[in-house]
Design a protein around this ligand. Structure first.
Ligand code: NAD
Length: 251
């Protein structure tokens, strides 16, 4: 950052939030705080829930042409808005979430400018922990465009042998039991139990699930899985903060 400032570069991120989804509000506040922490400019565009598609696209068009470096539109959008059209409208070189088809394609061929922040955070955690992915059995649970698919692709680029599980997978437990590295990105509280984890496996829990008693838990039953895993990420405090850190890197 100091180096950027010395060059007169003062990166700016525009964050668009539509409506008043409480989880989205927390994510946006965390992103704003992170921007302030690293000295970026952050501009927030909080639009009412009844914003029209045309109004949202007009804002993106203005930001595309402005001097802002990155544009992020917090998902999910209210149901009447077309998420795909919104993602497609953001200029690929300002698409810090890397959701635009151009950026998705670049990730597929392993020649990318931006990575989606959550999978990038997971890769950084694995790398920083000194874990070698080459040749390892990697099982990713979840196939969303935001987490599961890009996650699988990054593990593949790092020479893992990757299996992707999803809601129609016939024997999830048996597949997960093969894994040296497990990445859970499902959104079902504590779906992955201790008896599904191979002794010594690395377990990364992307899930963030709010229970009715207010507790935040992951997709992995942490205490059970901890007894088998050689390394495991907690929820909260594991992948979540890494996601924000990666967003700042994509500035
Ligand atoms: P999503 O709902 O888009 O996708 C969930 C995936 O899980 C789907 O592909 C579905 O096929 C699969 N799935 C559902 N039930 C299953 C089952 N019983 N067995 C196997 N697979 C099943 O969700 P998403 O956006 O990918 O998010 C997943 C989780 O990660 C959520 O809890 C979300 O809150 C969390 N998340 C965390 C961060 C972070 O920064 N830590 C970022 C994004 C998402």
């Amino acid at each position: 950052m100091v180096a950027l400032k010395a060059k007169g570069v003062h990166p700016g991120l525009a964050v668009i939030i539509v409506g008043d989804d409480p989880a989205s509000r927390i994510y946006v506040n965390n992103k704003k705080k992170a921007c302030e922490y690293v000295g970026f400019r952050s501009e927030e565009y909080a639009l009412p829930a009844n914003t029209t598609q045309e109004e949202l696209l007009a804002l993106i068009d203005t930001l595309n042409q402005s001097d802002i470096d990155g544009i992020l539109c917090q998902l999910p959008l209210p149901a009447h808005l077309d998420e795909k059209a919104v993602i497609n409208a953001i200029r690929p070189d300002k698409d810090v979430d890397a959701f635009h088809p151009v950026n998705v394609g670049k990730i597929m061929i392993g020649d990318y400018d931006f990575l989606p922040c959550t999978p990038a955070g997971v890769m950084e955690l694995i790398r920083e922990s000194g874990i070698d992915i080459r040749g390892k059995e990697c099982v990713v649970i979840g196939r969303s465009n935001i987490v599961g698919k890009p996650m699988s692709m990054l593990l593949l680029h790092a020479h893992g042998t990757v299996t992707i599980c999803h809601s129609r997978t016939v024997d999830l437990a048996e597949t997960v039991r093969r894994a040296d590295i497990v990445v859970a990105a499902v959104g079902v509280p504590e779906l992955i139990r201790g008896d599904m984890i191979k002794e010594g496996a690395v377990v990364i829990d992307v899930g963030m699930n709010r229970l009715s008693d207010g507790r935040l838990v992951g997709d992995v039953a942490f205490s059970e899985a901890s007894e088998k895993a050689s390394a495991i990420t907690p929820v909260p405090g594991g992948v979540g903060p890494m996601t924000i850190a990666m967003l700042m890197q994509n500035r």
